[in-house]
Design a protein around this ligand. Structure first.
Ligand SMILES: [Zn+2]
Length: 319
């Protein structure tokens, strides 16, 4: 089976070709810190333990054929690019990491920045490197609150759109609900960002009609949380079954190449009580066979490889 033309990916160890990539996870986290970035306990962990746990999980994923992982932890919620580069080098598994800010949680040093100043920080992380490390971000991650976006969040979104437009980077947006997505996408469009480069994360919480509406605009629709077993997610029908049904509708409407799946698991959460128990190995263990059974090998390969590479290619012009 022929693969799409190779493109470039900007990983934490530099630019790589997509050609040898076998399987990819579109949205995971190795480490997240849920405390405010000015809290004394923020990032105060035993990094040797975190490193060991991350490497163990990456090796499990490699045994499943995964050789590319897109990590969505932004600055201010535990991003540690030295860790990402270290464990990527130790395992050989490629990792792409973002610039950007989660909701309006600006870390110290970012609080007073204007839209233009924020945008230029994001551009610098995409094109020069992060905190002098030389590690460059491969996309921009933003988030909206469920009843938002708030004005402070919109400030971040405008900066993200400007930076992504200037560099050709993708934007990954946390928005479980379509209502806030409607308002965020208006902001992104107003700043000249092309919606074909938008990845809509947590779309499984929205209706198939909304998936169809955004797919028609070129947006990439991401389903995650397949290993969630809490509350109504357990079903029946389970959240995973509902997601597979929704994916089927997108495929039937001709949008196979705009579908992503991942688990949005986190290997290590700080503080440990915030660990939510998802497991990234569930994607290849349980979702892949379900995709194959429903949609066949070609669609499964597109969803678990080609679409991830295309969504996060660097930069836009290389597709
Ligand atoms: Zn996430």
């Amino acid at each position: 089976m022929s693969s799409p033309e190779p493109v470039s990916l900007q990983t934490v160890r530099g630019i790589v070709s997509s050609e040898p990539i076998h399987r990819a996870l579109a949205h995971e986290h190795l480490f997240v810190d849920f405390q405010p970035a000015d809290h004394p306990g923020y990032m105060d962990v035993d990094w040797g333990t975190v490193r060991g746990a991350a490497i163990n999980r990456l090796r499990e994923l490699q045994a499943q054929g995964v050789d590319l992982l897109v990590d969505w932890t932004t600055l201010g919620v535990g991003r540690n690019v030295a860790l990402l580069r270290d464990v990527s080098g130790a395992t050989g598994l490629h990792i792409v990491c973002p610039t950007g800010i989660y909701l309006a949680k600006r870390p110290p040093g970012y609080v007073a920045l204007t839209v233009a100043e924020l945008a230029s920080r994001f551009v610098s992380e995409l094109t020069e490197g992060i905190d002098g490390s030389g590690v460059r971000a491969g996309f921009v991650k933003i988030a909206t609150s469920d009843d938002g976006p708030t004005p402070d969040e919109t400030t971040v979104h405008r900066a993200a759109a400007i930076a992504a437009r200037e560099t050709g980077a993708a934007i990954g947006l946390h928005s479980p609900l379509a209502g806030p997505l409607d308002r965020v996408s208006e902001t992104l469009i107003a700043e000249g960002f092309p919606l074909e480069r938008l990845v809509w994360a947590h779309a499984q919480r929205s209706a198939p009609e909304d998936h169809a509406r955004y797919a028609a605009e070129g947006v990439i629709v991401q389903f995650d949380s397949f290993s969630s077993r809490s509350g109504s997610d357990a079903g029946p029908p389970s959240l995973a079954e509902r997601s597979l049904d929704a994916i089927g509708r997108l495929i039937d409407a001709g949008h196979l190449h705009q579908v992503l799946v991942s688990d949005d698991a986190t290997v290590v959460c700080n503080p440990p009580t915030t660990q939510y128990g998802y497991d990234a190995t569930a994607v290849m263990r349980t979702v892949k066979p379900a995709l194959r059974e429903r949609f066949g090998d070609r669609a499964t390969r597109a969803i678990l490889r080609d679409n991830v590479i295309s969504a996060f290619r660097w930069p836009a012009g290389s597709a």
